[in-house]
Design a protein around this ligand. Structure first.
Ligand SMILES: [Zn+2]
Ligand SMILES: [Zn+2]
Length: 286
């Protein structure tokens, strides 16, 4: 409990430290060994994408000051959730909780692709015409708030150890920045690594303009859910250098790359494309 309270008091600096550390490593890596040529300058991308990230962080702190860690501590003190109720030992509960929370994030990601209204919010993440470390945290504020509410619900049901929640949050943040990196990894390394963690080549498939590729590789951290639930796609058809990133019909820089346009993006246009009720089959299929 002492450790839990200390973590709660230092949650922000812990997370910020890992955020800036990972960001720095990825930014240097992207400069030294980029995977694809950038469409927009780093200055424009970083100013707007990071502007959104800082706005979201501020908003979250304002609305949910104790964040997920506070929810976990509350659950622990009140005996809420399966892992608290059954007094599961820490060394079992911690890894189990990290994996379970990751599964929830995977399911949430599938959900925001499948439900037309939620896809409108999630479009902000996909409309980025480039794919780099700043894409990893580029989400509409309403999606960020929705995500936090889902996390609260999951924590209330699961009752994870407080430490596990911090580890999960730091891990998810770091892996999201890693797997959105515009970096080149040797094919052999990627093949092995993607059994353990979602790699940049694996997640880049998810940012393709092609519908079937967009609806693949929903994982952010652990790569197993996609393989288990049948949403895994190894490589993009056009190759990593040849594929187009973004959403068809959303290309005006004012709409997809500048902060005010990004915030307004959910209001734009009809919901078309690849939500669950849009797939069409022709009868003359062989
Ligand atoms: Zn997505
Ligand atoms: Zn992504």
């Amino acid at each position: 409990m002492e450790l839990d309270r200390w973590i709660l008091g230092h949650e922000a600096p812990i997370r910020l430290g890992f955020f800036f550390g990972t960001f720095l490593v990825m930014a240097v890596w992207e400069t030294l060994a980029p995977r694809r040529a950038r469409r927009l300058s780093r200055l424009v991308r970083w100013t707007n994408n990071l502007g959104l990230v800082f706005f979201n962080s501020f908003l979250l702190r304002l609305i949910f000051p104790a964040a997920a860690v506070g929810m976990a501590l509350f659950a622990a003190e009140h005996g809420w959730g399966l892992l608290n109720h059954y007094a599961v030992p820490f060394w079992v509960a911690a890894p189990l909780a990290v994996a379970a929370l990751d599964l929830v994030i995977y399911l949430q990601h599938v959900l925001v692709h499948a439900v037309p209204l939620l896809w409108r919010l999630h479009r902000v993440h996909h409309a980025d015409p480039d794919f780099d470390v700043t894409t990893g945290a580029r989400f509409h504020p309403l999606e960020i708030l929705l995500s936090m509410l889902i996390k609260f619900a999951a924590i209330a049901v699961l009752g994870p150890p407080v430490v596990a929640v911090v580890v999960f949050e730091v891990l998810l943040n770091a892996t999201a920045m890693f797997n959105h990196g515009n970096v080149r990894l040797p094919a052999r390394v990627d093949r092995v690594l993607r059994w353990l963690v979602v790699t940049p080549d694996m997640h880049r498939v998810h940012h393709s303009v092609e519908d079937d590729e967009t609806n693949s590789n929903f994982g952010f951290n652990l790569p197993w859910w996609d393989r288990l639930f049948g949403t895994y796609r190894a490589q993009p058809r056009g190759g990593h250098e040849g594929m187009t990133i973004g959403i068809r019909g959303f290309t005006a820089p004012r709409e997809v790359s500048w902060l005010p346009g990004m915030l307004w993006l959910p209001m734009r246009g009809p919901v078309t494309g690849y939500t669950i009720n849009r797939r069409q089959w022709s009868d003359d299929r062989g």
